[in-house]
Design a protein around this ligand. Structure first.
Ligand code: SAH
Length: 265
């Protein structure tokens, strides 16, 4: 097919068959499952998926590729192609009553973070997600405290999901060749988050605040939200920096903030 890869759609097509096989194996597909592929492209993953999956929906933004996919897979009865922007797509509507979706995609790097958060809004109907992302983003998602990759993305993702780095993928596996290393990650949304948080918006706000000045101590970076005494009373050293704080300590800080009486000045 003479398709010119479009940079604005983040098109890097997989062509390495060993990598494609590893991705399909990592998906641990079982019969009867409902799968959704985001960004089907030229069908590098779609084709092997169709051999294993009972029910596959794909969401693709590029209309030329949609036309081509419809042509290529015209005889497939287990496939539904949606010509749509995944960032605005209502994934919950695809989940049959009482069933959860399995999501897979070699994601365009420019939309990967907002797309993951869009999907997390519908975690009630998502069983698991396996994504190809920029390696640096996978490192950040899976990072533990005290390292340089640990940040807002680590804390928020790990609040919603169990995260697992699967394997790295070198640039030569794609066409055109991207400038960065990629990696596969598995995200499994929790039915019950690992820590109790009164209000996720407050957690998100506080984590953003703490990491917006990551070299500063909590005493300084959280000054607008919590005093040094309020932090210390939780058993957290206010001289630590955001990068030293675990998800459970962030939950304590967020709950202290949301339980604080509103200060009318
Ligand atoms: N899965 C294919 C293609 C990966 S490239 C492969 O592995 O070879 C990323 C794909 O995502 C492209 O086909 C691109 O057109 C599509 N895409 C980009 N932005 C999108 C969006 N917002 N919604 C859905 N698909 C998108």
């Amino acid at each position: 097919m003479a398709h010119q890869a479009r940079k604005r759609f983040g098109q890097n097509f997989l062509h390495d068959h060993n990598i494609i096989n590893n991705i399909i194996a990592s998906a641990m597909i079982q019969s009867g499952q409902h799968w959704v592929e985001i960004g089907a492209g030229q069908g590098a993953l779609t084709e092997p998926l169709l051999k294993k999956v009972t029910h596959l929906d794909v969401v693709e933004l590029d209309r030329d590729l949609v036309t081509w996919l419809e042509y290529k897979f015209a005889t497939q009865t287990n496939l539904k192609i949606h010509s749509a922007d995944a960032l605005r797509f209502d994934f919950a509507a695809l989940a049959p009553e009482g069933e959860k979706l399995h999501i897979i995609g070699n994601l365009p790097y420019n939309i990967s973070t907002p797309l993951m958060f869009h999907l997390l809004e519908t975690t009630d109907c998502v069983a698991d997600m396996i994504f190809m992302l920029q390696k640096e983003v996978v490192n950040r998602i899976c990072a533990m405290p005290n390292g340089k990759s640990y940040g807002r993305l680590s804390v928020m993702m790990q609040y919603y999901c169990a995260t697992e780095w699967l394997f790295d993928v070198p640039p030569e596996s794609f066409n055109p060749v991207p400038q960065v290393m990629s990696a596969m990650v598995r995200l499994v949304p929790y039915s019950k988050p690992p820590v109790e948080v009164d209000d996720v918006q407050t957690l998100s706000k506080l984590v953003t605040e703490a990491f917006s000045q990551r070299r500063k101590t909590l005493r300084n970076s959280l000054k607008k939200s919590l005093s040094e005494t309020e932090i210390t009373e939780l058993g957290i050293d206010a001289n630590l920096r955001a990068e030293n704080i675990s998800l459970s300590d962030f939950a304590l800080l967020a709950n202290a903030l949301s339980r604080k009486p509103i200060n009318v000045e």
